[in-house]
Design a protein around this ligand. Sequence first.
Ligand SMILES: O=c1ccn([C@@H]2O[C@H](COP(=O)(O)OP(=O)(O)O[C@H]3O[C@H](CO)[C@@H](O)[C@H](O)[C@H]3O)[C@@H](O)[C@H]2O)c(=O)[nH]1
Ligand SMILES: [Mn+2]
Length: 744
Amino acid sequence: METTEPKLQLNSSRLLPRRIFNRAFALVYSAAVSAVLYHHVETLLRRSTATFPSFLTTLSILMSDIVLAFMWLSSQAFRMNPVTTKPFPENLQKVLNRPEDFPALDVFICTADPYKEPPMRVAATALSVMAYDYPTEKLSVYVSDDGGSELTLFALMEAAEFGKVWLPYCKENRVVERCPEAYFGSDFAARNSKTEKIKEMYENMKKRVENVVKTGYITDECKSSEHEAFAKFQTKDFTIHHHPPIIQVVSESSEENKDVVGCCMPNLIYVSRQKSPTSPHHFKAGALNVLLRVSAVMTNAPTLLTLDCDMVSNDPSTPLKMLCYFKDNSFGPNLGYVQFPVRFNGLNKADIYGSEFKRMYHINPMGLNGLSGPDYFGTGTFFNRRVFHGCPSSMIVPEIPELGPDHVVEKPVNDRAILELAHHVASCEYENQTKWGSKLGFRYGSLVEDYYTGYRLHCEGWKSVYCSPERPAFLSEMPIALNDVVTQTKRWSVGLLEVALSKYSPLTYGTRYIGPLMAHCYSYYAFGPIWSLPIMVYAFLPQTTIVNNISIFPKVSDPWFFLYVFLFLGAYGQDYVEFVLAKGTALRWWSDQRMWLVRGLSSDLFGTLEYISNHLGIVARGFNVTNKVNDDELRKRYDEGKFEFGVPSPMFVPLSTAAIVNLGAFLWGFSQVLKGRHKLDEMFVQMVLACFGVVNSWPVYEAMFLRRDKGRMPAKITLIAGFLAWLLFAVSSFITKMHVNVGE
Ligand SMILES: O=c1ccn([C@@H]2O[C@H](COP(=O)(O)OP(=O)(O)O[C@H]3O[C@H](CO)[C@@H](O)[C@H](O)[C@H]3O)[C@@H](O)[C@H]2O)c(=O)[nH]1
Ligand SMILES: [Mn+2]
C-alpha cells in the first residue's frame, strides 16, 4: 500500500465559543432597542401637540437613539463568528529548508517629515527588519521619504554601515529584539565586551545622526564616499514640495557588499518620489504606489510588507509566521494579505488615551477573521503583490511589462537601465491617465487609505487573515499629548466619512459585493464619526433639562425605566467583558470608554466639520502627520497618568463645556432634591447621566482648577467653556420660561 507523508499543519483556527452567547444576546438586546425606539415615536406623536421645546427634546433623543441603534446593529456583525488563528513556523521550516524555497520579500517603510518622525527612528525600523530571520538575498527594504530629506538618507547610510555588524551579531546571539534601541535598553542585552563595543558603535552612530538633525545639515566630514547622493538635495530651488525623484541604493545585496562575517546584506533603497505643487500626490497612498512601482522594477518580490516608520519589528520570525498562511493551500489563491496587530510601547498604566484601540486592533479583527478577514491597518501587513493588480480572477495588465507581478528582474538593483526606469515610475506625471489609485495599487480618495484599500480589496474578492502571536510581531508608539491624539483621530474621521458618503459606501456598494455582515463591519467604522451626535445630545440635553426642572426620561417606578437600565448595563457590560477577555484591565477599559466620549466631543465632531468644509472647497484636504517627538517633561507627566492639554486647541472647547455643564447640572439638581423641589424618581435617569459625565470629566476639572504644570488647561479654554455653559443654561431657561408663559 502506498504511504503518504503526513501533511504538516501550518496553522490552526479556532471558532470562539462566545459566539453562541453573542447571538443570543443580540436577539434579546435588539428586542429592547426596538421597544425603546417605539416608545420614543409614540411619545413624539403624543407630544406633537405639546410645546415646541418638549417636542424638540424628544426628537433629539429619538435621533440619537437611532444612531446608537444603528451603530449597535453594525457592531453585531463582528460578534457573530469570532475566530483566532495560530501559525506553526516550526512546521514551515521543515517544508522550506533551502534559501531558494523562500519567496522574495520587499518591505516598504514610509516617512514624511524628519522633524516629526526622527530619522533615527526610521533607521531603527529599517534595521529591525533587515535583521529578520530570512534569507538576506531575498530581502529588500525600501524607505519612502515624503519629507525629501537628506537627513533621513544620512540616517539610512549610517544604519547600513552599522547593519554590517548588527545583523551578524543578532543572528549569532539569537537576539529577539532586533531594533538596537530596544535591545540595548532592555535587560536581555548580553553583558560582554563584544556587546559593549557594538553598543558603543550604536551610540556613536545615534549621536552623529541626532547631531545632523539638530543642525539641519550634513557637514563634509560626516559624508563618507557617497558625496554625489547628497548633491541631489542641494540643487537650486529644491523644496519638499518641489523636487525631482531621488532613488539611492544605500546598501546592495551583492558579492561586494558583505557584513563582517562575510554574509550577504539585504538591499536598502531610499526613495523620495518627485513632488510638484501642481500635481496631487495623494499622501501616503501615493507614496506606497510609487514604492510598488519602484520595487517592481528593481526586485519585484511576490510578497510585500508595509510599515509605518515608527513600527519596529519585535520578532525576527514574523515572516515565517506570515508564510504559514500564504503557503497553506487551504486558504486558496484568494488570500490577499496577512495582518499583524498594532501593539504599543510605553503606554501608561491606565492607557489614559485608550491608545491600545483594543476594539479596532484586536477584538474586531477576530470577528472579521470568521468572515472575509480583517481590514487593513496600514502597517504590519504582508501582502500578496498580486492584489494590487485587480481581482483574483482577472489581472489588470499594467502600462509597462516591467510593472507586472510576474515580471522577473534579471539585473542588479544598481544597474543603470533599472535605475533610470525606477526614476521614471517615481515621477509626478507617471500616473496621469493610468488606473493607479482607482483600480491598481493603493486606493486614492480617503485619508484613511489603509481602511479604504482593504475594503476595496475585499470587495474585489480578496480575503485576509488576522494573526496575533503571543509575542507582538511589531511595536509602535502612540502620541502622548491629547491634542496630538485627537488630531490623529480627526484625520481618521475625515477619511472615514470620505468612504461612508462616497459611491463606494459600505452600506450600498459594500452590501452588494461583500455581503451584509462584512458591509456592516465596514459601515461601523465608516459611519463612526456620527457617534458624535448622540454623545453631544447626551452630554448636554439631559443636563440642561435638569436645570429647567423638566423630566425627560421614565421615572423609576415606570416599567420603561428598567428598559433603560437594561440597555445601558447590557451594552456597557458586554463591552467590558470583551475588553477584559482581550487581556484588558478594568482601569484601561474605563479609559477606553472615556476616550470614546472625548472623541465624540472633539475629533468626531471636528472631523465632520472638516469633511464638510473640504467638500465645499473652503479648506484643502490634508494629511497631518502625527508628531512622534516628545520632550522629557511631557513624557514624565504622561507616565504619571496626567492628561496633557497645554495648548489652546478648539477641540478642547466642547469637552470642557460638557464638563462644566455636567457638574453644574448635577450640583443644582442635587440641591433641588435636598430642598424637595425636584422629585428624585422623576429626575433619576438625568441625574445618573450628569453624575456619569462628572465622573468621566474628572481629569478636565483637575486640568482646569487643580494643576499648575504645563499640561494644564489653558485659561482661555476654561473661560470660553464657562461662558458657553452659562449661555446654554441661560438660553434654555429663557426658552422654557417663554413657553411656560405662553402655555399658561
Ligand atoms: O503624505 C504622507 C503622509 C504620511 N505618510 C506616512 O504615513 C504613515 C502614517 O502616518 P502617521 O502620521 O503616523 O498617521 P497615523 O494616524 O499614526 O497612522 C495610521 O493611520 C494612517 C491613515 O490615516 C495609516 O496610513 C497608518 O498606517 C496608520 O498607522 C507614516 O509613516 C508617515 O510617514 C507618508 O508617507 N506620506
Ligand atoms: Mn502613526
